[in-house]
Structures are given as C-alpha cells and as structure tokens.
Design a protein around this ligand. Structure first.
Ligand SMILES: Cc1cc2nc3c(=O)[nH]c(=O)nc-3n(C[C@H](O)[C@H](O)[C@H](O)COP(=O)(O)O)c2cc1C
Length: 187
C-alpha cells in the first residue's frame, strides 16, 4: 500500500508559561500526529521586544534560530492564547522579528492554528487577528477544522494531558488537514 509522504511541522506557542494550556495543546498535537508527521517546538522565550535599532545591527540569535526553523519546516502550527481579544503579544513580537527582510521565511508556508483560553470563545478573536497577519505575510492558513479550546482549564489534567475527547479529535483532524494541505502546495 502506498504511504503518505511525511512532513515536518514547526509548532510556535504564544504562551511562555510552563503550565500553559496552549503549550499542552501543542504537546497533544505531537502525540496525535499521524505517522510520518513530525512536530518540533520553537522556543520564542529569549526573543527581545522588537527594536529596529537592534535589528540594524543584525538579528539576535534567538530570532536567527526561529527564522532558520521556519524556513526549514514544511508547515507551521501556531497555538495562541487570547489576550484582550487578540493574539498574545509575545507571539506577535516573534512574528514581527522573524518577518523582517531579507528572505522573510513565512512566505508561501502552509499554516494551521489553534488556541486555548479559559473563556467561552476559545481564542476565536485572537485567531482572526492571527489570520490577518498570515495574509499580509503571504502564508497559506487552512480554514478548517477550527480548533477553539474554550474553558481550557476543564480539558487538561494536572500534568497537562488533553483529556477531552472531542478536542483530541479536532486537533488530530487539524494536523491531518495541515499535512494534506502542505503536500498539496508542494506538489
Ligand atoms: C493579559 C491577559 C488578557 C487576557 N484576555 C483574554 C481574552 O481576551 N479572552 C479570553 O478568552 N481569555 C483571556 N485571558 C485569559 C487567557 O485565556 C488564559 O490566561 C489562558 O489560559 C492563557 O493561555 P495559556 O494557558 O496557554 O498560558 C487573558 C489573560 C491575560 C493574562
């Protein structure tokens, strides 16, 4: 039987805290990924606040490695909390840094997104802002399934394992859709 080719996905989390629900959702995605799909995690914690004067002297090393990881990945998977109806500032800051010329690495990338919040809309508003940013940077976000993890504190156990079956199914569906989308764009 012919096997589906594999891809590498870079996971980028918009929360820096250790017990983050969004980090846990990416952890679940790693476990739920189909055979051949590898998800690596970016570390954006050392990226400084964007400053054009700093950039003029060269990208900080944390930005260089993020840009390299983005360029090397077949696809990106964002997981962001919703902060004041938008994506987390640290995620926007990391995207802003990585997007600066030359060779902005987001162009043409297949992208999926998900988000976990303790609120009832599960980052819907944050994800719409993130979609806007994807459009400007010429990424190709997939539309469905939407993974909006509302009331996140009820869906993970104390160790950060995703215990909610419908959410597990949505995340598995998202990764499979991203793989198919990435392979379609590559073909
Ligand atoms: C500054 C700030 C703003 C927030 N704004 C929202 C919001 O607009 N909508 C929402 O659903 N939750 C909001 N929250 C709650 C977050 O959804 C919640 O803290 C979430 O668990 C953070 O994600 P994490 O667990 O991955 O760190 C806010 C939290 C903070 C710290």
């Amino acid at each position: 039987m012919a096997q589906t080719p594999g891809i590498t996905i870079l996971g980028i989390c918009g929360s820096l805290r250790q017990a983050s629900h969004n980090r846990a959702a990416l952890g679940a995605a790693i476990k739920l990924a189909p055979p051949g799909v590898t998800i690596e995690m970016a570390d954006i914690s050392a990226i400084p606040p964007y400053n054009e004067d700093v950039r003029a002297k060269g990208f900080p090393s944390a930005v260089e490695s993020l840009r390299r990881q983005i360029a090397a990945a077949d696809a990106l998977l964002f997981a962001t909390p919703e902060y004041n109806f938008s994506m987390a500032g640290v995620l926007k800051n990391a995207i802003d840094w990585a997007s600066r010329p030359p060779d902005q690495p987001f162009a043409g990338k297949p992208v999926a997104m998900m988000g976990a919040s303790v609120g009832m809309l599960g980052t819907a508003r944050a994800q719409y802002h993130l979609r806007q940013v994807c459009v400007y940077l010429d990424m190709h976000p997939i539309n469905k399934p939407e993974v909006l993890i509302a009331a996140a504190h009820t869906k993970f156990d104390a160790e950060g394992n995703l215990t909610d079956t419908p959410t597990r199914d949505f995340i598995a569906g998202l990764i499979a859709a991203l793989r198919d989308w990435a392979l379609r764009l590559k073909a």
